[in-house]
Design a protein around this ligand. Structure first.
Ligand code: GAR
Length: 207
């Protein structure tokens, strides 16, 4: 399976994927390209270090959103990938891309969807929301991407404990370590092994 990984920042989820391809925990999968919307993303350095092609397509270099979307999609299409992995990619996915890659785009979100998700909930803002509401359990969700924000079919979720003295940063790290870096690579492996199907908006996993 050929995948593209789309990133915007630190790229720790990208690193988890690279490491688990190398260790054999993710089967039959090759990262064809890492695409960033931000030329300073540390994720691009991680890609370079792993010998993976990295490209940056920034909205700043285009006159409007439409021309950025077009260039992004053309670039992505040129790699002919089977699966697009959004690993901390903080860009709204154009509807045309969702249509063309139906059930072939997955995203990692740092909460238990449908809590703390949707417009405005990304990165640290999710964990700030969790702490201000005072929930005792949070986690991460890996899901297929549809036209909504964080509304697509859920592939895997994992719960993580919220502790009394957590700051957003401490909680973010725990959610990454205990949930994100585990379920995102596992979802990719399940898809690569043909174990995942989507029926009536729900995911069925058969190993
Ligand atoms: C991760 O926590 C990911 O779940 C989150 O951005 C972070 C990226 O970290 N994504 C979202 O909030 C999407 N709505 P990384 O660049 O170190 O993988």
């Amino acid at each position: 399976m050929k995948i593209a990984v789309c990133v915007s920042g630190g790229g720790t989820n990208l690193q988890a994927i690279i490491d688990k391809i190398n260790s054999g925990e993710i089967h039959n999968t090759e990262i064809a390209v890492v695409i960033s919307n931000n030329k300073n993303a540390f994720a691009l350095e991680r890609a370079a270090k792993a010998g993976i092609e990295g490209v940056c397509i920034s909205p700043k270099d285009f006159a409007d959103r439409e021309s950025f979307n077009k260039a992004f999609l053309e670039k992505l299409d040129s790699y002919n990938v089977d699966l697009v992995v959004l690993a901390g990619f903080l860009v709204v996915i154009p509807p045309e891309m969702i249509r063309n890659y139906r059930n072939r785009i997955i995203n990692i979100h740092p909460s238990l969807i449908p809590s703390f998700c949707g417009t405005g909930y990304y990165g640290l803002k999710v964990h700030e929301g969790v702490l201000s509401r005072g929930v005792k359990v949070t986690g991460a969700t890996c899901h297929f991407v549809d036209e909504g924000t964080d509304t697509g079919p859920i592939i895997l979720q994992k719960a993580v404990e919220v502790k009394e003295d957590d700051t957003p940063e401490v909680l973010q790290r725990r959610v990454m370590e205990q949930a994100e870096w585990e379920i995102m690579p596992r979802a990719i492996d399940l898809i690569a092994r043909g174990c995942v199907t989507v029926e009536s908006g729900k995911v069925r996993i058969e190993e």
